[in-house]
Write a protein that binds this ligand. Structure first.
Ligand SMILES: *Cc1c(COP(=O)(O)O)cnc(C)c1O
Length: 375
């Protein structure tokens, strides 16, 4: 008996991640390496365990969003490069050094402020170029400031990168914008190199940039969602179809079963009304576990004994109800799969039904859910 499986949990199949990694490697240029993006605790799946496994299968390049996420990986004995995407306040830069992390330099003024700090050694960094997303980065054509950034004595520049903002769209004007970003990045690094500047490793694409612009041959692709065997949304544009295996399975138990008569209602607000005599099960998971409450009344499905059952009524904080009228031999204690590999319960499908994208759905899966790793 495992306490972790007493109520609701997430099963994480690490072997599937290795499969996904090998699939991605097949479509990228030989010289390009995968940088695994494990921000937000590896999209909720547990950054420490996932990075340790990636180390075992030969991945030594990582990115996270925050300083704390980077420190956590080091405390978990993760080896290799760890890039921080976000700004780290100046007072905390000594920790970036202490834990051997790589800071993103988000713009010129940040570089100037860093230069004024009394740091014991050079700060390892990648310089971020803004090619049109207007989120972070120094402007792609601000060559005089860019040059000063690379020549900043306090920085050890190991890389240069930018980020695409419409790589997941098939619309003509979005593709044109991506092409524009690509050409700006290309021109920027070419000009810097011609100045004799060492720009370090280069990278531009995340998952969709990799799927849709796979011929680009920078040093890295930064991969998040694809590594976990998922797409961000079922309808996002993908030129390349990979054979991905979802690695995350959300499960809960049946805690009670009852018969409700025709016309009776179930749950808060009496949202569900039985059209026939129905067999209804409560299951031990709710919106506090990250199953979105806005899936109430949307005919979301779960898997019980290999058959699909509808989620009915309002999703509660710790429980929800499903209609198992047509499924035989279900008993209290049985396991229900809410997110899995079958099309109707794929994370991207549920995310879409909940009007969001897969990374939001995954990263909001609750702290209360134990993560169980299978190799
Ligand atoms: C989140 C993020 C990624 C990874 O995105 P996916 O779409 O999950 O692959 C890559 N680069 C940056 C800068 C990011 O913020």
């Amino acid at each position: 008996m495992q306490l972790e499986t007493s109520r609701a949990w997430i099963e994480i199949h690490l072997k599937n991640m290795e499969h996904n990694l090998r699939e991605i490697e097949k479509i990228i240029p030989q010289k390009t390496k995968i940088m695994a993006v494990l921000k937000a605790d590896a999209y909720g799946l547990g950054a420490g365990k996932i990075a340790q496994y990636l180390n075992k299968i030969g991945i030594f390049d990582f990115a996270v969003a925050t300083l704390e996420e980077g420190i956590l990986l080091r405390k978990e004995k993760v080896e290799g490069n760890i890039l921080l995407f976000s700004y780290t306040p100046l007072d905390f830069l000594p920790l970036v050094l202490e834990y051997d992390l790589i800071q993103t330099i988000t713009d010129f003024s940040y570089a100037e402020e860093i230069a004024k700090q009394n740091l014991p050694k050079k700060l390892k960094c990648h310089i971020k170029i803004d090619t049109g997303m207007n989120r972070s980065g120094e402007k792609y054509n601000a060559f005089s400031t860019l040059t000063k950034m690379y020549r900043n004595e306090k920085l050890e520049v190991l890389g240069t990168y930018s980020h695409l903002c419409t790589a997941d769209s098939k619309k003509k004007k979005d593709k044109e914008f991506t092409e524009l970003q690509i050409s700006r990045f290309h021109h920027c690094i070419k000009t810097l190199k011609e100045e004799g500047i060492n720009i370090g490793k280069t990278h531009l694409q995340s998952s969709y940039g990799t799927l849709n612009y796979q011929e680009l041959d920078y040093d890295y692709v930064r991969i998040g969602v694809l590594l976990f065997g998922l797409h961000s949304a079922p309808n996002f544009y993908k030129r390349t179809n990979l054979d991905l295996k979802p690695m995350c399975f959300l499960k809960a138990r049946i805690t009670s079963i009852k018969i409700v008569k025709k016309e009776e209602t179930v749950g808060y607000g009496r949202m569900f009304k039985a059209k026939r005599e129905s067999k209804i099960a409560s299951i031990s998971i709710g919106y506090a576990d990250g199953y979105p409450r806005n899936l109430s009344g949307k005919d979301a499905l779960v898997l019980v004994h290999g058959k699909f059952a509808k989620v009915i009524g309002k999703i509660c904080m710790d429980q929800m109800m499903i209609d198992i009228t047509d499924i035989a031999h279900v008993k209290v204690g049985d396991i229900v799969t809410l997110i899995g590999e079958e099309q109707p319960i794929k994370a991207e499908k549920l995310a879409e039904l909940s009007q969001t994208i897969t990374p939001e759905l995954l990263s909001r899966l609750g702290k209360r859910l134990p993560r169980i790793y299978k190799e």
